[in-house]
Design a protein around this ligand. Structure first.
Ligand code: TIU
Length: 237
């Protein structure tokens, strides 16, 4: 199958800057912050002055890799950026940053902006978590800061992460950098990530694989689904 370089106990797929090898049983798909607050009008992303339409392109590829991961039993982890209703976990420096139309905690059309439990904080219906898929609520841009993510990954013997979600240069990149420093190998799926700024998306992806893969590997969602399909067919790993 195109893009698939090897099968067996481990898989390999074509990526930049070199083939990415992984054992699905020791790999997690991480879907970052695919929340209504970032993807739909009236949320945090829009309050910052962004055109949320730029993020829609990532939904289909995220759904495709989510389906493939579920079909093969790979660990799936969802993250959500947001804060406690009393804002006690929100640094004032974050709440007061910039000049948004609505600040974190303010009432908006999808409930209070970036607050846990509000409609806007939910993951979009197309990518809703199912039972058995951990959801990490994170107060920062990175998914490791102030969360149980590292413990969950270590307990499951995970050594590689496949990163998707929004936005490429903010929460995906921060998580990627945190993961690298903790020793995880990371593959970023280019079409399953998106940014409000197409040029930042392109630059952020280029930064991952430059310098021999300084932060990891980059491939598209089709390369991953093709690799996982070989596992479904053989039924091994
Ligand atoms: N503003 C922006 O690009 N992103 C964020 O604030 N959070 C995430 O990326 N999830």
């Amino acid at each position: 199958m195109e893009g698939v370089l090897a099968t067996g106990p481990g898989l390999a797929l074509q990526a930049e800057p070199s083939a990415f090898t992984f054992a699905p049983g020791r790999t997690a798909l991480v879907i970052i912050d695919m929340q209504r607050d970032f993807l739909e009008p009236g949320g945090f992303g829009a309050a910052l002055g962004n055109d949320v339409a730029h993020l829609a392109s990532a939904i289909g590829p995220c759904r495709a890799v989510l389906d493939a991961a579920r079909a093969t039993g790979m660990l799936v982890i969802h993250t959500r950026e947001g804060h406690r209703p009393d804002l006690s976990d929100a640094p004032p420096a974050k709440v007061q940053r910039g000049a948004p139309r609505l600040r974190i905690g303010d009432p908006g059309p999808m409930g209070r902006i970036l607050i846990r439990g509000e409609p806007g904080h939910d993951i979009i219906p197309a990518l809703a978590p199912i039972a058995g898929e951990p959801v990490i609520d994170k107060p920062g841009k990175g998914a490791f800061y102030g969360t149980e993510l590292e413990a969950i990954l270590r307990h499951r013997g995970i050594e590689a992460l496949i990163l998707t979600g929004v936005t490429t240069e903010v929460c995906v990149h921060t998580t990627l950098r945190e993961a690298n420093d903790r020793g995880f190998r990371c593959l970023v799926l280019s079409d399953a990530c998106a940014s409000y700024f197409p040029e930042f998306h392109a630059a952020a992806l280029a930064m991952v694989s430059a310098q021999g893969g300084i932060f990891g590997w980059v491939a598209d969602s089709a390369a991953l689904t093709a690799a996982l399909a070989t596992q479904e067919e053989s039924g091994t790993w």
